[in-house]
Write a protein that binds this ligand. Structure first.
Ligand code: DGI
Ligand code: FE
Ligand code: FE
Length: 192
């Protein structure tokens, strides 16, 4: 199966996502496309990855865990404790099985859009960043600056977003996936 046309992707996503999550996904699609133009990345790939990155987000938490296990996806301790973290891996699985996406670069961007990973591709970084800065995101004080960085320096922007996310997670006292920390450590070193 080759990748579905956009109209069919939209139709299916509208069934699978809440209205709010659907609007966010289209916001990530267009934001990622703009960033792709800026950084010489395939904008078509950025659009598909952006549209589909949260396609598994609205599955109930416990079902995310059950499905990940059923599909043989690797589940670590923090994902077992917080199955919402699995929506990237599960999303990549559905992108391939249900939306016909075979491109490994798109599947990687979907897989890692929540935690990132060290030494990400430009497409991985674009999806991670577009997810954070798209126009429908709730305003936080550093967002205007992060939005500027998204079009000037991808590595620095990654570091800035991860710093914000880790501060927020520490405040809330929740489990931090070791990949989120590793990604931050990598981009902090990279931007010294
Ligand atoms: O799915 P979205 O809401 O569009 O965005 P996302 O996939 O980046 O998920 C955002 C949430 O994930 C946000 O509340 C921060 C949280 N998150 C990111 N890394 C970690 C994490 N939560 C935990 N518990 N541990 C992490 O390492
Ligand atoms: Fe997400
Ligand atoms: Fe998202």
């Amino acid at each position: 199966m080759s990748v579905m046309d956009r109209d069919s992707i939209i139709e299916r996503l509208q069934e699978k996502l809440t209205e709010r999550r659907f609007i966010h996904s289209v916001g990530v699609e267009y934001t990622a496309a703009c960033m792709a133009y800026k950084f010489d990345v395939d904008a078509q790939k950025a659009r598909i990855a952006g549209l589909l990155h949260d396609c598994a987000k609205c599955i109930p938490r416990e079902e995310k865990l059950r499905k990940a296990e059923k599909f043989g996806l690797p589940v670590n301790d923090s994902e077992r404790e917080n199955p919402d973290l699995l929506h990237g891996k599960l999303g990549a699985y559905y992108a391939r099985k249900r939306y016909g996406v075979e491109d490994p670069e798109i599947l990687s961007a979907i897989t890692y859009h929540t935690t990132g990973h060290p030494n990400m591709s430009k497409l991985d970084q674009i999806i991670f960043i577009a997810d954070f800065i798209e126009p429908n995101r709730k305003m936080i004080p550093s967002l205007p600056e992060i939005r500027r960085e998204a079009f000037t320096d991808l590595d620095h922007c990654m570091m800035h977003i991860l710093k914000n996310t880790l501060d927020y997670l520490h405040q809330r006292n929740v489990v931090i996936d070791e990949m989120t920390q590793k990604t931050y450590d990598f981009y902090r070193e990279e931007t010294l």
